[in-house]
Design a protein around this ligand. Structure first.
Ligand SMILES: Cc1ncc(COP(=O)(O)O)c(C=O)c1O
Length: 495
């Protein structure tokens, strides 16, 4: 047998620990001071700025072979990384859909890395905290404490977890052992035509294929048409498919529309379907006193995907999948290899958390959520959600009052879809004008919006999932959009 030779007694053993902790301490204090100032002054900086050529070039440097003092490494980060963020911690970042992070959460991430635990499971404090945060999230949504759950990288993974459990529960065969080819009838999943793209990826990864996910038309409010859904299910049964799961969306990515979750829960029960809710945007509205009614029925789901890195503003990444029937959840993922058997005492006597998802090693995501919840209390997070929804409504009113702008979809929560009217422009020319407005808002560092197309109509899209946004930011956005619209139209730059 080949055995390692070992070091000679005289070889100095190496470590990644610093040779001088006092130096590292001084530098670390400076980093924390800089970090506090960075966040304190975020409003004074542009939302986003293009990187100059030398910064881009910096990231093509080759693999370092020899050491660099940590202070110089930090200088590199200060010069080339910190000034060029995506911008989502800025008060006027409203693109796509993300949270705006928070300092306490960042401290949590730092401490999680310092403490260093692997949340694959085991008997240690971080594992208990991971389960506690899952329990708190269940409580926030009115989900039974007997349900199970797992913290994952984000909403996409949380949806994959829920849909995997749904597939396995409805497959009619041991799909883990025999695969989807052994199913007597092909499964059908349903969701609205406003479903997030991660569901398509999930269907593909689950071996069911994109076509097994039927997109049901939406009404004028962009909510799933329940009658059309009922009809599609009947058609599929007749055609030899097995209707398996309906995905309700609590807050669509395009417009924030919330499907009628009560009606979907009823229909799922009548049709014997799994009821999954994609609540990545809106599930946490359940903690917002003024708006919780909008997501009534979410507590009746079989599984829910939600995203603490959105409306709890946890630093990336943290999503969560909740499953009402804990046994189905565990049965979908648990594997006990010989090297991960539990012991009656000691480190391996705790729960194996990797039994609830696809990862084996897992980061200590719970700490950043736990610390911020503990510091502020859940009621404040609820009020901040109400605040963002009120801001969405305010912005919609400002747009309605501005003759050169128009809303293009109903504003139900914190997402506002609108466009510049473009003084008689239509089609591609109107789209080009609005795209140019969006790009200049970004390039001038004023605001980050994104765009989308809803029921065939291109629009700009403002998603106010941001605890730093103030009313004055919304006024500024409207003012600057009107100014840019005028400038671009005059110069003909968009054509
Ligand atoms: C409705 C919805 N579902 C799923 C996701 C995916 O979440 P994540 O980006 O955390 O993977 C998003 C992201 O914005 C979303 O809006």
């Amino acid at each position: 047998m080949d055995t390692p030779s070992g070091f000679a007694a005289t070889t100095a053993e190496e470590t990644l620990d610093p040779s001088d902790w006092a130096d590292v301490r001084v530098l670390s204090h400076r980093i924390v001071d800089d970090a506090v100032a960075y966040l304190r002054d975020v409003r004074e900086r542009p939302v986003w700025q293009e990187m100059p050529g030398d910064v881009r070039d910096f990231f093509t440097a080759s693999l370092p072979q020899s050491p660099t003092p940590l202070a110089e490494v930090y200088d590199d980060v200060t010069r080339s990384v910190m000034p060029y963020p995506m911008g989502n911690i800025h008060p006027r970042f409203w693109a796509w859909y993300m949270g705006s992070s928070n300092f306490t959460g960042a401290l949590g991430d730092f401490l999680a890395a310092i403490q260093g635990s692997n949340l694959g499971g085991g008997n240690h404090a971080a594992a208990l905290m991971d389960s506690q945060v899952v329990d708190w999230l269940k409580q926030m949504l009115g989900f039974p404490q007997s349900a199970s759950g797992t913290l994952v990288s984000g909403g996409s993974m949380a949806n994959i977890i829920g849909l995997t459990v749904a597939r396995n529960a409805k497959a009619g065969v041991d799909v883990r052992e025999y695969g989807v080819a052994a199913m007597a009838k092909p499964l059908r999943f349903y969701g609205s035509d406003q479903l997030h793209s991660c569901h398509r990826k999930a269907m593909e990864a689950l071996g069911l294929g994109n076509r097994a996910l039927r997109r049901i038309p939406t009404d004028a409010g962009l909510r799933i048409d329940i009658d059309a859904l009922r009809k599609a299910i009947a058609e599929d049964r007749k055609a030899g498919f097995k209707p398996a799961c309906v995905i309700g969306t609590a807050g669509t990515v395009n417009t924030g529309a919330i499907d009628d979750l009560q009606a979907l829960a009823r229909l799922a029960a009548e049709e014997d379907l799994w009821f999954h809710v994609d609540g990545c945007i809106g599930a946490l509205i359940a903690i917002a006193p003024e708006n919780a009614h909008r997501v009534a029925g979410i507590e009746r789901a079989h599984s829910i995907a939600l995203d603490p890195h959105k409306w709890l503003h946890a630093p990336f990444e943290v999503g969560c999948a909740l499953v009402r029937d804990g046994a189905s959840h565990r049965n979908a993922f648990a594997v006990t290899p010989e090297y991960l058997e539990s012991t009656p005492r000691g480190l391996a006597s705790g729960q194996w958390l990797h039994d609830y998802g696809l990862q084996t090693s897992r980061g200590f995501r719970a700490l950043k959520v736990w610390m911020a919840l503990k510091e502020h209390g859940v009621e404040k997070f609820g009020r901040l959600i109400d605040q963002n929804i009120a801001q969405g409504c305010t912005l919609a009113r400002l747009i309605e009052a501005e003759p050169t702008l128009e809303l293009t979809a109903p504003t139900s929560i914190n997402i506002v879809c609108f466009r510049h009217r473009g003084d008689g422009l239509t089609g591609e020319a109107l789209k080009a004008l609005n795209t140019e407005i969006m790009l200049r808002l970004q390039e001038e560092g004023i605001a980050a919006l994104s765009d989308t197309t809803v029921h065939g109509q291109h629009c700009l899209r403002v998603a106010i999932n941001n605890h730093r946004t103030r009313r004055e930011d919304l006024d500024l956005l409207v003012r600057e959009t009107v100014r840019l619209g005028q400038e671009i139209s005059k110069s003909g730059a968009a054509r």
